[in-house]
Write a new protein. Structure first.
Length: 442
């Protein structure tokens, strides 16, 4: 089967994948809960329904996306018609993370298949139940030479990266992203790296503090804070700080009750290793809300931290957990001092009613994407590119962009034969002045 040419076959397999995901949706939800107690609501919102929506959109539009695009020709090539053809790269390796183990495995796979590639998918070994149901669905859907799931740990990933691929798509940490990029460079393999960073959340004196608190609690503590685009720390105008903290406490209690450990809506840390990493970040003297932990259940409560030291342990690297440092600022210079200490973040959020301030923040700082007066929701729009910049990632995807990212754009000139201008051919005597004049108009 030539997966490159046969777009109808690609479409048929994606329809089959869609049906199999719908059939097994309850198993997927259960697997996510068994792996780290992901609530069913979050599993549907951020995993299964998102993939189903991506599939439906891709199936509907992939024939249009695959068509050659006609572009305006160069006058130097007159008479001609020029096109951009979208060619699949070939054999693609997708390495998926554990935090959204179904969505971040299946969405790039869908686009890679739609674009005509063969795919090897490596799901995270840290979410074994989800990896197993992914393997089950893929085996039911695809021929093994078209899409294959390979499970295993770090050694398996190393062996896969040692092979030559035509494209690699990786989602995960910055440290592992560097390893992937280095391995890809050995074969000059192009890559997409979806990484992370310390995402600022700025709140000025004009913000609707109660609504801001509600939206930040949702965006930060969803998936127990294990979200690459979650707010990593708060920068709040100093006069608003105490009032904001009061609203945050109220919103956390409203969302998860007086004891979030008993809430069916609060997930767990993925494993003991990550739990220990987060536990070390908690300075009990700075905790103003939450702070409870339980190693046996990989539980860490939604925790607010009054942070005054931007060089503290919790401010060094991406937190990736339910800990939220709150830092006050007095001036724009204070904001710059904190944000500029870190690499370019994957996301940035600003809460304000001051349009000039919002515009200034968006223009002054380089980051992957973000929101004004909300968190995380920019991810939901398939028409927006999603990806990082600098250390937060390379490349952007979603919707039609996902199809494009797995396609090589091949430029083609179709030259007509009814006219062949002699100007370009040697000998060039007495032609230089003419070509200079012509080039000025191109």
């Amino acid at each position: 089967m030539n997966y490159k040419i046969n777009i109808e076959y690609r479409k048929e397999t994606l329809i089959k994948l869609l049906n199999n995901i719908i059939i097994h949706e309850n198993e997927i939800i259960k697997a996510l809960y068994d792996d780290f107690k992901k609530p069913a609501f979050e599993a549907v919102l951020t995993e299964t329904s998102y993939v189903i929506s991506e599939l439906k959109d891709t199936i509907k539009n992939m024939s249009k996306w695959a068509k050659p695009k006609k572009v305006f020709p160069s006058l130097l090539n007159f008479p001609s018609t020029d096109y951009i053809y979208k060619d699949p790269y070939g054999k693609v390796l997708i390495i998926a993370p554990w935090n959204y183990p179904f969505q971040l495995a299946l969405c790039p796979l869908v686009s890679a298949v739609a674009a005509g590639n063969q795919v090897v998918l490596k799901p995270s070994e840290l979410t074994g139940n989800t990896a197993a149901i992914i393997a089950k669905i893929i085996t039911k859907t695809f021929h093994v030479n078209h899409v294959e799931v390979i499970q295993g740990g770090v050694d398996v990933s190393k062996n896969l990266l040692a092979q030559r691929w035509d494209y690699i798509f990786f989602t995960g940490s910055v440290s592992v992203g560097k390893i992937v990029a280095k391995s890809a460079a050995e074969h000059l393999t192009p890559v997409t790296l979806e990484l992370g960073g310390k995402n600022p959340c700025i709140i000025d004196e004009t913000a609707n503090l109660k609504l801001a608190a509600k939206r930040i609690v949702w965006g930060k503590f969803m998936n127990a804070g294990q979200t690459c685009i979650a707010p990593d720390y708060i920068l709040i105008q100093k006069d608003m700080k105490d009032k904001f903290i009061g609203y945050m406490k109220e919103e956390v209690t409203t969302a998860y009750g007086n004891n979030p450990k008993e809430s069916p809506d609060f997930a767990r840390i993925i494993n003991v290793k990550n739990w220990n990493r987060l536990k070390e970040m908690i300075d009990n003297d700075k905790v103003i809300f939450g702070g409870q932990t339980d190693a046996s259940d990989c539980y860490i409560a939604p925790t607010l931290i009054d942070e005054s030291d931007i060089d503290s342990l919790i401010m060094k690297d991406e937190i990736f957990g339910p800990l939220l440092p709150i830092i006050e600022y007095s001036s724009d210079a204070d904001i710059y001092t904190v944000i500029s200490k870190h690499e370019k973040p994957l996301s940035l959020y600003v809460f304000t009613e001051n349009k000039r301030f919002a515009k200034q923040i968006i223009q002054d700082y380089s980051f992957g994407g973000g929101c004004i007066n909300d968190t995380v929701v920019h991810f939901l729009n398939k028409r927006l590119p999603f990806g990082g910049v600098g250390h937060s990632g390379i490349g952007a995807y979603h919707g039609a962009l996902s199809f494009d990212i797995f396609s090589h754009k091949k430029g083609i000139v179709k030259k007509a034969n009814w006219l062949d201008l002699p100007l370009r051919y040697a000998p060039y005597k007495d032609k230089l002045a003419t070509i200079k004049k012509l080039l000025k108009w191109i």
